[in-house]
Design a protein around this ligand. Structure first.
Ligand code: RB5
Length: 141
């Protein structure tokens, strides 16, 4: 399972924490940047991560900015991307189970690194349930 990650300056710290944790667990990560705290434009990184998910290079994506909101707005305009911005464990689980979300958006000014790592792990380890949810997801397109 390969995970695509991206962030702007507001999400750098939590993205780095997630990457370190996932790599320690043997999960392959592709970091699409940014890699410094210099101010950058979050749509650039959102589109790179979404492209990796769209192409199948990565199975899931994780995007981090200040709130997660700008990343999620951008990601949800990309074809085939279902991005969820959230800050609690229940939502992280349910958006995989019911929405088959393929991109997780987190806010570095909303949650700390420990919470970001917790939510990322729930997101990547929770399966989509399928069944009655297939029709609803098809209706989104
Ligand atoms: C950058 O200051 C901030 O706007 C960005 O990280 C994000 O929160 C946007 O949604």
């Amino acid at each position: 399972m390969k995970i695509a990650l991206g962030c702007d300056h507001g999400g750098l710290e939590i993205k780095n924490a997630i990457i370190e944790d996932l790599k320690n667990k043997g999960v392959e990560c592709i970091d699409f940047g940014t890699t410094t705290t210099d101010s950058v434009d979050y749509p650039v990184y959102a589109k790179k991560v979404c492209a990796a998910v769209q192409s199948g290079e990565c199975v899931l994506g994780i995007l981090c900015c200040g709130t997660g909101i700008g990343m999620s707005m951008t990601a949800n305009k990309q074809q085939g991307i279902r991005a969820a911005v959230l800050s609690d464990a229940f939502s992280a689980e349910m958006t995989r189970r019911h929405n088959n979300a393929n991109v997780l958006c987190l806010g570095g000014r909303v949650i700390d690194s420990a919470k970001a790592v917790e939510l990322a792990n729930i997101f990547i380890n929770t399966p989509y349930e399928g069944g009655r949810h297939d029709k609803r997801i098809a209706m989104m397109e």
